[in-house]
Design a protein around this ligand. Structure first.
Ligand code: SF4
Length: 181
């Protein structure tokens, strides 16, 4: 076994569907190979929830609310390389579909007018994080070093990006044909 210290990685999901993390789990047996080189710290798929100082921070999802912004800024301040995983982080994508609507209408639709709701109340922001007026991609808040496109990026795409990063290179999307299967 190598004496080289493992690369520390943290991941977080902001406003997203968790599909990018599920796609990451689709690495399947390659996760075992990865675990020899990488130490996973805070992540929705581990029990560590406080983001420590890490080499690589991976963000899924767009910035939809105040908590998302806080998590993103914390991750940026504690990682050397920040990776935007998936189209929601990169462009806003699906969560940004609410941007043409007035925020109060969005809240009413979600918490009061939904067909299955019997007594609906818009929750207090001390209970549910306050929504931002617009959903925005993460690079509108912090510097992003690497983008992994796709909705979700498939496991092969994630593997390519991670192995390039582990080799000390940025993934070169101009030279790689993305597959979306
Ligand atoms: Fe889900 Fe697609 Fe957004 Fe990933 S990019 S969080 S799969 S909607």
């Amino acid at each position: 076994m190598s004496d080289k210290p493992k690369i520390k990685v943290a991941t977080a999901w902001l406003g997203g569907c968790s599909g990018c993390h599920m796609s990451f789990l689709d690495l399947d047996e390659r996760l075992i190979e990865l675990s020899k080189l990488v130490e996973f710290t805070a992540s929705p798929i581990t029990d560590v929830k406080e983001i420590p100082e890490v080499d690589v921070g991976i963000i899924e999802g767009a910035v939809c609310n105040e908590e998302n912004e806080h998590v993103l800024r914390t991750m940026r301040s504690r990682c050397k390389v920040l990776v935007a995983l998936g189209d929601c982080a990169i462009t806003g994508n699906v969560p940004a579909l609410r941007n043409p609507f007035i925020l109060e209408e969005v809240m009413a639709r979600g918490f009061v007018e939904t067909e299955s709701t019997q007594v609906g109340v818009v929750p207090d922001p001390t209970i549910v994080p306050r929504l931002l007026k617009r959903v925005r991609p993460i690079q509108e808040f912090v510097q992003v070093d690497v983008h992994i496109p796709g909705c979700p990026p498939n496991a092969d795409t994630i593997w390519y990006a991670l192995t390039e990063l582990l080799a000390g290179r940025a993934p070169n999307w101009d030279e790689r044909t993305l597959s979306y299967d």
